[in-house]
Each structure stands twice: as C-alpha cells, then as structure tokens.
Design a protein around this ligand. Structure first.
Ligand code: NDP
Length: 247
C-alpha cells in the first residue's frame, strides 16, 4: 500500500494481465484509470466491483494504435485528476504466422499497437510527469522480445522494441526523476494464451523450470514493485516474470 493520491494509468486494463494490474494498484491505494478498446461491459464490471470494495477505478475507451484517441484519453484523465504518476503500457495484440505467410498488414497492426502505442502513451504522459518532477513508466514486453520465437516476427520485434524504448527513455528522463522499467512475462494464463491447444500448453509448461504457467497477478505484483517507492533507485531494467524460462 502506498498513496491514495497517486494516479495510475494502465492500458488494456479490461482483461488478462492489465485487469490484474488495475485490481492490484487499486488495492494498493492508487486512483486507477484503466483503458479498454472493444470491451466496455467488462471494463464497467471491473470498475463497479472495485467501487463496492471501496477502491477507485475508472475506465476510458482508448485505441492505443491511434494518436488522437490516446491524447484525448490522457487529456481527460489530466483534467479529472490533475496528474499521472504511473503509466503501465500493457495493451498488446498478436497476429502470429510464419514470415512467408505474414502480410504487411499483420506487421503494421502489431507494431502500431504494441510498440508505437507504447511510444505515443510515453510521449503523452512525459510532459505532465516532467512538470511533476516524478513518474513511473512500466512497459510490458515479453520474453519473446528477448529470445525471439518462430511464428512471431512481428510480435517479438514489437516486444524487443519495448526493451530499447525502456532503456533509451530511462536515460532521457532520469534527470526529471522519472523511472522507466520493463517486465518480460513468460507464459501467463490469459485470453492471449487461451488460443493454445492442450498439447502446446503441456509443451510450454515442460520447458519452464517452475513447470507451470503464471497467473496474471504474478505479473501485477512486479508492476506494483516498479510503481512503489521501494524501487526508487531502479531504472532502465528488464525483469523476466517467466518461471525461469529465459535464464
Ligand atoms: P489479452 O489479450 O488478455 O488482453 C489484451 C488487452 O489489450 C485487452 O484489455 C484489450 O482491450 C487491450 N487492447 C488490445 N488492442 C488494443 C488497442 N488497439 N487499444 C487499446 N487496448 C487494446 O492480453 P494479455 O493480458 O495476455 O497481455 C497483456 C500484455 O502482456 C500484452 O502486451 C502482451 O503482449 C503481454 N504478454 C502476455 C503474455 C501472456 O502469456 N499472456 C506473455 C508475455 C507478454 P479490449 O478487451 O477492450 O479489447
């Protein structure tokens, strides 16, 4: 638990890892803004549940592949709350296939959402964070951004790009006391990995030293650390939350 006056923005907070981050930071006392793209009912249900528990969570529609949509959402949050202390770039998509079958559209969609979306969100919050002389940006990459993965040249490139984005921005913003870090999840149980069949699941789990997939909450707890004052001397880092897979 940290502060009740700090504001956290989590992109893609309506499902999976983002939902777990919204819930965790709300329980840690943040005023939370989650974003959704296509799922307003789910977003409203999460906000209502948290309200019943006495926590503060609002949801905004924001398409992170669109600059206008991001700027409008962030302007609204700043008008309502006056500040943004924590940005979690979590929203992401996959369009997996082998290179020979991958279309230019598959590449553009994934890069525009995952990497350009994170860049645009960083750009939109950097100015208010610089004025505040404090801030935390936490980027959700993936271990495939560190190791690559056949069938995911678009996705793994976007996630490798987030590592470069993290380290460059950490250097640019350190003098303003804005810390930028990255989490590289491994195999986490969400809609994104629901697409795997039973054999693929088994094969993945076998390769993981901890021999299991993670719950989204196990990623959210590392986000909570990067958002908290306990990590005040940590910037430009990538932590794999992967049960030891990428060792
Ligand atoms: P899900 O597919 O479960 O959820 C994706 C979230 O992103 C949803 O909230 C969705 O909103 C949002 N989203 C998708 N497209 C857009 C868009 N254009 N604009 C705004 N929001 C959008 O994903 P996960 O929870 O599994 O993944 C979360 C992050 O973690 C992603 O960046 C992913 O790459 C990364 N990751 C996941 C791993 C895993 O094993 N699950 C492993 C490694 C990394 P809506 O519901 O409204 O459409």
């Amino acid at each position: 638990m940290e502060s009740t006056s700090k504001v956290a923005l989590i992109t893609g907070g309506s499902r999976g890892i983002g939902e777990a981050i919204v819930r965790r930071l709300a329980h840690d006392g943040y005023i939370v803004y989650g974003t959704y793209n296509s799922n307003p009912e789910k977003a409203a249900a999460i906000a209502n549940e948290l309200k019943v528990e006495g926590k503060i969570a609002h949801f905004k529609k924001m398409d992170i592949s669109s600059f206008e949509s991001i700027q409008q959402g962030i302007d609204e949050i700043l008008a309502e709350s006056g500040r943004i202390d924590v940005l979690v770039n979590n929203a992401g998509i996959t369009k997996d296939t082998l290179l020979m079958r991958m279309t230019e559209q598959d590449w553009d969609d994934v890069l525009n959402t995952n990497l350009k979306g994170a860049f645009l969100c960083c750009k939109a919050v950097a100015r208010p964070m610089m004025s505040q002389r404090s801030g935390r940006i936490i980027n959700i990459s993936s271990i495939v951004g560190l190791r690559g993965n056949a069938g995911q040249v678009n996705y793994s490139s976007s996630k490798a790009g987030m590592v470069g984005l993290t380290k460059s921005l950490a250097q640019e913003l350190a003098s303003r006391n804005i810390l930028v870090n990255c989490i590289a999840p491994g195999y986490i149980e969400t809609d994104m990995t629901d697409k795997l069949n039973e054999d693929q699941r088994k094969a993945f789990s076998e390769k993981i030293p901890l021999k299991r997939a993670a719950k989204p909450e196990e990623v959210a707890s590392v986000v909570a650390f990067f958002a908290h004052s306990d990590s005040s001397y940590v910037t430009g880092q990538v932590i794999a939350v992967d049960g030891g897979l990428a060792m």
